[in-house]
Design a protein around this ligand. Structure first.
Ligand SMILES: [Zn+2]
Length: 213
């Protein structure tokens, strides 16, 4: 009778127990034990930030964060299904955690523009079209509401327009918190393009490739 162990995980250990060396012929391949890799993997890591005392610690997605903490989320952040009226909460806490770490090194980071309403984004785009002469030319710097990630709550402008030097700290260290600089031509624009601790994707030249008329 086959011996089954592992209950619902289906660890099957009976197939490998035949050690009768008198029948050494051309053995059939030993079946690979059916312990799937996912059953033994450690859970996905999760960073938790306690905003009162600025404490960041490692947890995992199964244990979660404490009530006093806020989760940084374990993935890149993507577009919400419904309209929003504030900055994505994972993006916000990622920034707060990064801001606290920068502060300890004497570097000041501040969000100068985060969530923008559709109306506000439309006004900015209209002004940019006037300044740059066409919608296409404007889209390298400012996108219309339907294309921009600011009205989705998924983008922050940091230390704009004056403090490039401090913002380089975030460009270098932001990946730890899942914050990535998105565009070559905008040193101030960051998004949650990766899971915390994972490498950021390469920057794209500018926002115009997202432009939808
Ligand atoms: Zn921006």
């Amino acid at each position: 009778m086959a011996i089954l162990a592992g209950g619902v995980f289906g660890f099957y250990v009976g197939a490998e127990s035949n050690s009768d060396s008198s029948i050494v012929q051309t053995p059939t391949p030993t079946p690979t034990p059916s312990v799937s890799a996912s059953a033994v993997q450690t859970p996905l890591q999760l960073l938790c930030f306690e905003p009162v005392n600025n404490i960041l610690r490692n947890s995992d997605v199964i244990a979660g964060c404490l009530e006093s903490e806020r989760s940084l989320g374990a993935t890149a952040l993507s577009a919400p299904q419904n309209p929003v009226n504030q900055l994505n909460q994972f993006l916000e806490v990622r920034f707060l955690a990064a801001q606290a770490a920068a502060e300890k090194e004497g570097v000041r980071l501040a969000i100068t523009s985060g969530f923008r309403s559709f109306d506000r984004q439309a006004t900015l785009f209209k002004a940019a079209v006037k300044k740059y002469g066409s919608e296409e030319a404007a889209s390298h710097w400012v996108l219309p509401p339907a294309s921009s990630h600011h009205p989705l709550g998924l983008a922050i402008d940091v230390n704009y327009p004056n403090d490039l030097v401090s913002t380089l700290w975030l460009e270098k260290n932001g990946f730890t918190y899942g914050l990535c600089r998105a565009y070559v031509n905008e040193w101030w624009h960051f998004e949650a393009l990766a899971a915390p601790g994972q490498p950021c994707p390469p920057m794209i030249a500018d926002a115009s490739s997202l432009f939808v008329e």
